[in-house]
Design a protein around this ligand. Structure first.
Ligand code: GSF
Length: 204
């Protein structure tokens, strides 16, 4: 397998953490999807990373599909329950929430970095930031004072939440999620002690 990605994407980091937790070997190929000469479309028609290239040449995307596939490849560190019931749905909903916060924040960043100032929409930015704020609030409320996001064990929910919180630190240092939500800060600090998180911190 070969993972095509970047060192800064929270979605790529989620896949890299799952690969590490499950002790899966995988090539890692850096691709700048914003470069004029990017070839990402040859693998992912959506033009996005992460994209997992299988040994037979097939491509898997997006990050949720990739991590769900990886989780069944080894019995090491199961991050999703095998049963297709409520528990699994809740973990995947946590992932959807975390990824959705990242999606909204990325839209803000793209609005501010790719569009000329006179074309930027303040209403659009505020609409996206509201999703970020609401998403963080719900993460904090749903986490409460429990050790992990879903149930009593480390799961894909924690991986996804950890990736978006780390990415906000990296790209939106002005969002004080630690001050607003000490329980999220406590979870993040615990997750950051894991080797899989240490090895995938976005480069400053
Ligand atoms: C989102 C991937 C994504 O937006 C997933 O894999 O979960 N739902 C997908 N990737 C960004 C890079 S980053 O900001 O994370 C990407 O490839 N953007 C390029 C583009 O053309 O939007």
């Amino acid at each position: 397998m070969k993972l095509i990605g970047s060192l800064t994407s929270p979605f790529v980091r989620k896949v890299r953490i799952v690969l590490a937790e499950k002790k899966l070997d995988c090539q890692f190929e850096l691709e700048n999807v914003w470069a004029a000469d990017t070839v990402i479309q040859d693998s992912n028609p959506l033009g996005k990373v992460p994209c997992l290239m299988m040994d037979d040449g097939a491509a898997l995307f997006d990050s949720r599909v990739i991590v769900e596939y990886l989780d069944v490849l080894t019995p090491v560190c199961k991050l999703l329950p095998a049963s297709n019931g409520r528990e699994r749905a809740e973990i995947k909903c946590w992932e959807a929430l975390a990824d959705g916060v990242a999606d909204a924040a990325i839209l803000v960043r793209l609005e501010k970095t790719l569009r000329p100032a006179e074309l930027q929409s303040a209403d659009w930015v505020e609409r996206q930031l509201r999703k970020v704020r609401q998403g963080l609030q719900v993460m904090s409320t749903n986490l409460g004072e429990t050790a992990f996001c879903a149930g009593t064990h480390y799961s894909l929910a924690d991986v996804a939440v950890g990736c978006v919180l780390g990415w906000l630190d990296f790209r939106f240092p002005e969002i004080d999620w630690r001050g607003d939500y000490p329980n999220l800060a406590k979870l993040f600090d615990k997750l950051s002690e894991r080797q899989s998180f240490k090895d995938t911190v976005p480069p400053r």
